[in-house]
Ligand binder design. Structure first.
Ligand code: NAG
Length: 404
C-alpha cells in the first residue's frame, strides 16, 4: 500500500494547480486518514479503503478524529505547497506519535460475588426470542451505515429497546447521532450510583464488500449475532427489578464499524473529551458460528482475544469463564483494530473482545461480508453461551466497588 499512497499523493500534487491548493482538504476530497497499526498511518481514498477491507486489512478511520493540523504543527501556517509537501513527508516518516494512551489499571474483582443472582438470570435466556429478533434484524436488505435500510434497522433496534425499558426509571435509551451519515448508534444506559461506566458493545451495521451501497448484506453473524446476544442480556437485566448497578452500565450498539470503527470512535472520543470514565468495555462481534470448528474436530469454545486488549480485564473475564461458562475460552489474536474495542482502547479505556469459536482455517472468509452471512448456519446455543458471559460481566462489574 505504500506504493499506492505515494502514487496517490503524487497524483494529488499534480492534479491541483498552485492557486487551488488552498482548497485541498483531507475532509472534503474523498480522502481518509487511516491507522493500520498503533504507529502506522495512511492516506487513502474511499475506494482504497474498501479495497483494503476486501483484502482483510483492519484499520481505524481516524479522519475526523485525528488532530492532523496539530501533528503537522506550525506547518499548517506554511504556504499551501509547503504544507502539502510537509504532509507528504510526515506520512512517509515513521511515527513517534502516540495517540493511544495506556489505560489505568483497575482492581477488577478476583472472584464472583453474585453467583446466585447471575445464575438466576441465566434461567431466563430465551433462544427462541434471540432467533426471532435476529431473523428480523438480518432481514433488512443491508445494514450498511449509509443505506436507508441501515437507518431503518437502527430504528427497529431503538424501538425494541424502548419497549423493553418502558417501565424502568433506571434506564435511558439514547440515539447517538453521527454527523456524516444517518444510521445512529444506540446507548441503553442503566444509571448507576456513580458515573463510572461499564460498557457492553456490539456493532449494528453490516456490509457487502462487493457492493456496499446496493448489495444484500444480512449480517446475521457479523454482527447481528452479537447485537442480539447483548440485546437478550440487556432485556434480562432490564426486567430484573432487583438489579440496581453501582457503576453506570451501558449497552452500546455501534453504527459504521465496517468502515473503520467510525461509530464507536465517535462515542469514545466524545466520552474522552467530556472526561467520562469508562472502567471497562467488552465487545462481542460475531457470537453464532460454530460449524467450521465442529467440523475441524476442535472443541466448541469462545475466542478470547489476547492482542491489543486489556490484560487486567482479560484476567477478570477468565475468572468469569471459570465461574460461569459451560464452554472454555481459547486465546486468539486478531490484530490491530479488528473491532470496536479498539476505539475504546485508543482513548485510554481498558477494553477486551470475545468472539465465537475460531477454527484453524479461514473458511469463513468466503461468506463473511456478503449475501451469504445468513441466519440458517448459526448456532443459538453458542449465542446463549455468549449471553451468559455478557450477563455475568455486566452484573459483576457494574456492582463492583473499589475499582481504584
Ligand atoms: C421465549 O420467547 C418466545 C418468543 O418471543 C416466546 O413465545 C416464549 O414464550 C418465550 N419463552 C419463555 C419461557 O419465556
Amino acid at each position: 500500500m505504500k506504493l499506492s499512497l505515494i502514487f496517490y499523493l503524487f497524483v494529488l500534487s499534480q492534479a491541483f494547480p498552485l492557486a487551488q491548493e488552498d482548497t485541498i482538504s483531507l475532509y472534503n476530497n474523498d480522502l481518509r486518514i487511516i491507522k493500520t497499526s498503533p504507529n502506522e498511518f495512511k492516506i487513502v481514498s474511499e475506494d482504497e479503503k474498501l479495497k483494503l477491507k476486501q483484502e482483510g486489512v483492519n484499520f481505524i478511520d481516524v479522519t475526523n478524529y485525528y488532530p492532523i493540523d496539530a501533528v503537522v504543527g506550525q506547518e499548517v501556517l506554511a504556504s499551501p505547497r509547503t504544507r502539502l509537501k510537509n504532509l507528504k513527508d510526515w506520512f512517509k516518516r515513521p511515527k513517534q506519535v502516540d495517540d493511544e494512551p495506556e489505560a489505568p489499571i483497575y482492581n477488577y474483582p478476583i472472584k464472583a460475588n453474585y453467583e446466585k443472582e447471575v445464575h438466576f438470570l441465566f434461567e431466563g435466556i430465551n433462544k427462541t426470542r434471540i432467533e426471532e429478533k435476529l431473523t428480523k434484524f438480518s432481514s433488512f436488505w443491508t445494514r450498511y451505515y449509509k443505506s436507508k435500510s441501515g437507518f431503518d434497522s437502527s430504528n427497529w433496534l431503538y424501538k425494541q429497546l424502548i419497549s423493553i425499558s418502558i417501565h424502568s426509571d433506571l434506564i435511558q435509551i439514547e440515539k447517538f447521532h453521527h454527523k456524516e451519515w444517518d444510521q445512529f448508534s444506540i446507548i441503553a444506559r442503566f444509571k448507576g450510583e456513580i458515573d463510572d461506566i461499564v460498557v457492553v458493545g456490539a456493532h449494528q451495521d453490516s456490509i457487502n464488500l462487493k457492493d456496499p451501497l446496493h448489495g444484500r448484506s444480512p449480517g446475521a453473524d457479523d454482527d447481528g449475532s452479537g447485537s442480539m446476544t447483548i440485546l437478550e442480556a440487556f432485556q434480562l437485566l432490564a426486567e430484573d427489578k432487583d438489579f440496581k448497578p453501582y457503576n453506570t452500565l451501558e449497552f452500546q450498539w455501534y453504527s459504521a464499524e465496517e468502515v473503520g470503527l467510525l461509530g464507536s470512535q465517535d462515542i469514545f472520543n466524545t466520552y474522552k473529551s467530556k472526561d467520562k470514565k469508562v472502567v471497562a468495555m467488552l465487545q462481542q462481534d460475531m457470537t453464532g458460528y460454530t460449524k467450521d470448528t465442529i467440523e475441524a474436530g476442535i472443541e466448541v469454545h469462545i475466542a478470547l482475544i489476547q492482542d491489543f486488549v486489556s490484560q487486567p480485564l482479560n484476567s477478570f473475564l477468565k475468572m468469569l469463564f471459570d465461574t460461569y461458562s459451560d464452554i472454555p475460552y481459547h486465546l486468539m489474536s486478531c490484530g490491530y483494530a479488528c473491532s470496536d474495542h479498539a476505539s475504546a482502547r485508543r482513548n485510554g479505556y481498558p477494553s477486551s473482545f470475545m468472539m465465537e469459536a475460531v477454527p484453524n482455517s479461514n473458511a469463513k472468509a468466503d461468506w463473511g461480508h456478503s449475501e451469504n452471512d445468513v441466519i440458517d448456519q448459526l448456532d443459538f446455543n453458542h449465542m446463549k453461551d455468549h449471553a451468559k458471559l455478557t450477563i455475568a460481566y455486566a452484573y459483576e462489574l457494574s456492582l463492583a466497588r473499589d475499582l481504584y
